[in-house]
Write a protein that binds this ligand. Sequence first.
Ligand code: SAM
Length: 304
Amino acid sequence: MKHIPVLLDEVVVECPSDTKGWLIDCTLGSGGHFLALLNLNDNLVGFDADFAPIENLSKILISKGFTEVESPLEDISIFTDSKSEKKVILCNVNFSKAKKTLEDLNIFNFSLILADLGLSTDQLLFSTRGFSFSQPNQALDMRINIKSGGPTAADLLNFLSESELTNLFRNYGEMSSAKPLAKKILQYREKFGNIGTVGELLKASGYQNRILGKKVHPATKLFMALRIAVNSEFVNLQLLLSDFLPSIYKGTKILIISFHSLEQKIIQNFVKDNDLNVKNIKPGIEEIRSNSSSRSATLNVIYE
Ligand SMILES: C[S@@+](CC[C@H](N)C(=O)[O-])C[C@H]1O[C@@H](n2cnc3c(N)ncnc32)[C@H](O)[C@@H]1O
């Protein structure tokens, strides 16, 4: 199954027709949004904390006739197309450092910042980092950038206290069962030692099987909560928004596709606190029918 970009037409419609400023895609993933933006603008920068999307999109750019030129900066690849005069820069950098990276690249004029939060279908299906509850043998790593050196999901499960785990499940997964779940994890640790794999976590939590008649797997929120904690996803979103606040006041539009009510809360507070405007766009019934992963998506268009 291939990743299907969410709310693609709606993102394209929001893309400014003035094509002088750079377009910035903070979450390249499989490149669905990025490649659509490439048709609209000559100058694009893409970010992803995971190296796989950078490698994949580099190959796609070369196949489209782009040439890679020497880059002065580490983790940054620069491509040009002599025929169309397009310039594309791919950065294997966390978007919480996007503003600083753009400054290092001498890019100050950008008209659109896009972030499509979370993981791509490719990461869920093909990565071996324990993102998915359907891969019981994988180790529970869950770091989007394995070079980051931060704690893995297994580290959190094995070293946090019962109350810290309760807070993690409650704050990032909005789980009503946060407290009994944390207790179960502690009991498993006492009985069997560490939790190292997806299968062991499913056993410890008791979320091994689907519940008859329920569409959503019982482990969905648990895995989401751990991924958000491991990758500091809410902090990164807050940093992205606050770093680009001066740019919004100068006319840059920020598009955030979010899948989580707490991300929505961060965005709403940011808009309110800084006297900005936001337009919320939800996928239509047709899109939800053809791509069920879009069902909880909201496109937030933030502008002054
Ligand atoms: C939902 S996917 C994006 C899909 C993409 N828009 C497409 O159409 O194929 C999210 C991507 O963002 C990346 N990502 C998540 N958090 C990130 C962060 N803080 N900085 C950079 N990339 C991040 C993930 O590695 C993943 O590839």
